[in-house]
Write a protein of this length. Structure first.
Length: 518
């Protein structure tokens, strides 16, 4: 491609090697670069003024063949090619054997004799040569075509420059997304990325962050490291793709990706059950904890410290277990809270950090204290029957009451517990003072050990038992009566005599009776 324009030359007096200034984008992927390194050949001199090169030689006999002035451009960055070279030219002397030519990668692609260059006082001619193949080495030069005598000559080269085409798209990489899972308390995802281009920010246009198909950021921050707190409104739980889209300026674009994991939903808790009748201060617990997203990190079994069944006290962790699924804990100590009736719950933390909880049905009874039992004094005298007094109470009697009070006697007649225990009474008496009428009939005479058991109410009545004992002196035998005699003591009188004896309790009294005949 050759285009032309008129331009009057400017004159200058600088002779040097110069490097093209930094480029500025002109049209998409095209970047303009000004003058580059240049050199002057033998027999000629150069003066530079601004962007005009004045190349001169006196009359020469002979003028030596070869390059008399040239400027060279290379591709400024990888991924680019030279698309066009342009300049203006003018001469002041009649035509000679000088040629103006363009070389691309050391091969001539364009040339004209200096006769075709306008001669002052005409205006200069503008030239623009395009390249139809990738080119990274361009020379613009004045060439003495042959060695022979030549007259005095001067040439002006004005504003030599090239257009460089960017072929490489930008590069982009997502350098970080939030690690792990974002939970309900995290409203933004901080994402960082890095954008680069062979032409710097001039080679990059719009950049966009798309999460789960939703545009979350659009801007033109250029190249370098970038970060943005992307709002997560409108994005549900799940593993979501992050897509970074970077537009090139006249080139292809770049795409990079990442992942954002979101879990705002606590774990589900089901199947809660408890068995608090294991043993005092212990219980069995079961529940199921599941989380469809990040998974269950840990479950905590907790009791409320309030002993009245309410949730007004602090929650106390009794046990914890890692992971999700069905859990069953057996014989877990519950004595971190005081005796009483307690509310209970299971609390979970999922991997994302969401907390959930579920209150268990009913209550848990924490009971470690047996009843208080006191017996009234048993008389030292021998008895066949006995009214036994006792007083009983329990720290949880208002909630659980008391179990049955059981009274037994040992058949051993020596006051020990070596014999068989014989039940005498089972009384649902409740707390307070009570009496029980006991009959020792059928027992051998002698001291017998009494055993009284008071039981807690509720599920632990078989284990929380208070036992008190006493000894009752049993006399079940009748007194012995011997030496009975009767004799008349005169009219209307009878004299009676006998011997009454009881080895244990003694004889209380004797009575003489008679029957009147009809």
């Amino acid at each position: 491609m050759i285009s032309m324009r008129s331009a009057a030359p400017a004159l200058g007096l600088v002779l040097s090697l110069t490097l093209a200034p930094a480029a500025a984008a002109t049209d998409g992927a095209l970047y303009g670069y000004g003058s580059s390194i240049w050199a002057v050949g033998s027999q000629f001199s150069v003066a530079r003024g601004g962007e005009v090169w004045t190349i001169s030689a006196p009359a020469l006999n002979p003028a030596l063949a070869g390059s008399k002035w040239e400027m060279n451009w290379g591709c400024p960055v990888p991924g680019s090619v030279i698309a066009q070279v342009s300049w203006s030219a003018l001469r002041t002397a009649p035509p000679s054997h000088m040629e103006l030519e363009v070389l691309a990668d050391s091969g001539r692609v364009w040339a004209i004799p200096d006769a075709w260059i306008p001669q002052s006082p005409a205006g200069g001619q503008a030239y623009a040569i395009g390249f139809n193949r990738p080119t990274c080495n361009v020379h613009l030069r004045l060439l003495q075509a042959a060695t022979l005598a030549q007259h005095k000559r001067t040439y002006f080269i004005d504003s030599p420059r090239v257009l460089v085409r960017d072929l490489a798209p930008p590069a982009a990489v997502v350098t970080s997304t939030p690690p792990g899972w974002l939970n309900a308390g995290q409203r933004h995802a901080h994402i960082t990325w890095n954008t680069s281009d062979n032409f710097g920010s001039d080679g990059v246009r719009g950049q966009r962050l798309v999460i789960a198909g939703q545009l979350k950021y659009a801007g033109e921050p250029g190249v370098g490291a970038h970060g943005f707190g992307a709002p997560l409104d409108g994005i549900g739980d799940g593993r979501h793709g992050v897509r970074l889209e970077v537009d090139g300026d006249g080139t292809g674009g770049a795409v990079a990706g990442g992942v954002v994991n979101i879990d705002r939903t606590p774990a589900t808790i089901s199947g809660l059950s408890v068995n608090d009748a294991v043993r005092p201060g212990h219980a069995d617990f079961a529940w199921v904890a599941d989380d469809a997203m990040s998974g269950v990190a840990r479950s905590h079994f907790e009791l409320n410290a309030a002993p009245d069944g309410t949730a007004t006290g602090p929650w106390v962790s009794i046990a914890a277990v890692a992971g999700g699924g069905a859990h069953r804990l057996t014989d877990v100590r519950t004595t971190a809270v005081p005796d009483g009736v307690h509310a209970w719950r299971v609390r979970t933390d999922d991997v994302a950090g969401n907390g959930g909880q579920a209150t268990g049905p009913g209550h848990i009874v924490v009971d470690t204290t047996p009843p208080v039992l006191e017996l009234s004094p048993v008389p030292d005298a021998h008895v066949r029957t006995l009214r036994l007094g006792f007083t009983q109470s329990d720290n949880l009697q208002a909630d659980l009451g008391l179990g049955p009070t059981e009274i037994e006697v040992n058949e051993a007649a020596d006051g020990s517990d070596a014999g068989r225990w014989i039940p005498l009474a089972s009384i649902s008496a409740g707390p307070g003072s009570h009496t029980a009428d006991l009959d020792f009939g059928g027992l051998a005479d002698g001291p017998h050990r009494l055993r009284v058991r008071a039981r807690n109410g509720g599920p632990l009545g078989a284990q929380l038992v208070t036992v008190k004992t006493a000894v009752a002196r049993v006399d079940g035998s009748s007194p012995q009566l011997t030496g009975v005699r009767f004799r008349s003591a005169g009219p209307g009188a009878v004299e009676a005599g006998w011997i009454a004896h009881d080895a244990l309790s003694g004889v209380s009294h004797a009575a003489l009776q008679w029957r009147t005949a009809a």
